[in-house]
Design a protein around this ligand. Structure first.
Ligand SMILES: [Fe+2]
Ligand SMILES: [Fe+2]
Length: 207
């Protein structure tokens, strides 16, 4: 009996618009965060000298980096208090859930790029991240850019449990560290590009 390898799924027509609409209607706050993160990613990618198509791919991936959060319980995701360790563990599942969602859409080069960022944007340069505990350049450049830009955007945003930070304060914490974060968690070249891209980022995200 001949062995037929099943072909990879074809992406649904208009998957970007479909996912965009799904994310925006299900969770407007998540959509806003994705937009901010996408803008910061584009600015950093341009600062790093990436070609325009790569800048655009990073911006696209930024829009869907947290798509797996649509599969998490809303009351845990938006609990207006400090989460328990068990709840944090639930939140950490979003990177793998996002990867699964995107793989179901299809397996094209651009979807693989977006899926990589969704799965690996919580990896840390020093190996302390998740889900795979990748170290340094084991994580793709795209996901290393996404990692720093995600944290940048989250700190800059207002949340139910915290006030927004100014661009100066965000950059200070990334470069100096705080009680939860060390600069060694991020690619030093990406941190330098974030710093150099400040004029562009401040125009994109006015305070
Ligand atoms: Fe995330
Ligand atoms: Fe995020």
């Amino acid at each position: 009996m001949p062995f037929f390898k099943s072909p990879p799924p074809e992406p649904k027509e208009g998957w970007v618009a479909h996912l965009w609409h799904e994310q925006k209607s299900a969770d407007p706050q998540l959509h806003d965060h994705a937009c901010h993160m996408s803008l910061v990613s584009g600015a950093v990618a341009a600062e790093l000298g990436l070609a325009d198509p790569d800048v655009l791919k990073l911006q696209l991936a930024g829009h869907f980096h947290d798509i797996g959060k649509l599969d998490l319980p809303h009351d845990v995701l938006y609990a207006p208090r400090r989460l328990t360790e068990a709840e944090m563990e639930i939140i950490r599942r979003h990177s793998v859930l996002g990867s699964h969602r995107l793989k179901k859409v299809g397996e094209t080069p651009i979807l693989s790029f977006v899926e990589d960022v969704a799965r690996h944007h919580h990896e840390r340069y020093d190996g302390s991240g998740y889900p795979d505990g990748l170290v340094g350049e084991q994580t793709s450049l795209a996901a290393r850019i996404a990692a720093a830009c995600d944290v940048y955007s989250a700190m800059w945003e207002r949340r139910s449990y915290k006030a927004p930070l100014s661009h100066d304060a965000v950059m200070g914490r990334l470069l100096d560290g705080d009680e939860r974060m060390r600069p060694s968690m991020f690619d030093p070249n990406v941190l330098a590009a974030l710093k150099d891209a400040q004029p562009r980022i401040r125009k994109l995200l006015p305070e």
